[in-house]
Ligand binder design. Structure first.
Ligand SMILES: N[C@@H](CCC(=O)N[C@@H](CS)C(=O)NCC(=O)O)C(=O)O
Length: 202
């Protein structure tokens, strides 16, 4: 069975949990915060040389980075497919995930640190406002993408899985989907209605 190194509140780990749920693949979650020795183990270090989660061990395969893991899973468990069938379609998903990671997901990560991990007295309000504005700017692109299709690249794909946990964290970060972005709001309702949303919570 696949071993997934993770911790319950890790958004990046949830990206992988979503894909495992979509594909109905069972796995053994290993909470790296449950025991300090886990991160010191040769197994974890081999799976995740940078020490980040998610990371997996699947037989002889050791892999980290959420999107790389998800591409691996999509190849190994092709049903249901979470990548478009054509080369151009696949390239579009990869490009979009890379772009959204740069312009949105990283800024959400910085907001998590600033809003949730720092003591209140050390939090910089101006920094939070700047990052919130950058996230919402990027969100306009999501609204545009789902204007005429149900999901970011047409059918539900790894691109949707890649951003779901980070959008789900909005309320914790003083963010909400702006009312004028009705397409994006409807897209996120569709995402939340998928069983993988609840199944990936823990
Ligand atoms: N680009 C990586 C980011 C992984 C990452 O930053 N994970 C966080 C948890 S959400 C982590 O492991 N933080 C602990 C650390 O950096 O030591 C991915 O997509 O997997």
């Amino acid at each position: 069975m696949i071993k997934l190194f993770c911790f319950p509140r890790s958004g990046n780990s949830r990206e992988v949990k979503i894909v495992l749920a979509e594909k109905n693949v069972s796995y053994e979650p290993i909470d790296i915060h449950a025991d300090k020795e886990i991160t010191q183990s040769p197994e974890f270090k081999k799976a995740s040389p940078k020490g980040t989660v998610p990371a997996i061990i699947d037989g002889g395969v050791y892999l980290s980075e959420a999107f790389l893991i998800n591409q691996y899973l999509d190849g190994k468990y092709p049903n249901p497919p979470l990548m478009p069938p054509t080369k151009e379609g696949k390239e579009e998903v990869v490009r979009l995930v890379e772009t959204l990671d740069r312009v949105m997901v990283r800024n959400i990560g910085l907001l998590v640190i600033e809003c949730l991990l720092k003591p209140k007295a050390e939090q910089r309000e101006d920094f939070k406002e700047k990052k919130r504005a950058e996230v919402l700017k990027a969100f306009e692109e999501i609204d545009r993408l789902v204007q005429s299709k149900p999901y970011l690249c047409g059918e539900y794909s790894l691109a949707d899985a890649a951003v779901t946990p980070h959008v789900a964290a909005f309320p914790l970060l003083g963010l909400r989907i702006p009312e004028n972005l009705k397409n994006a709001a409807a897209w996120f309702e569709r995402i939340k209605a998928r069983p993988s949303f609840e199944q990936s919570l823990h």
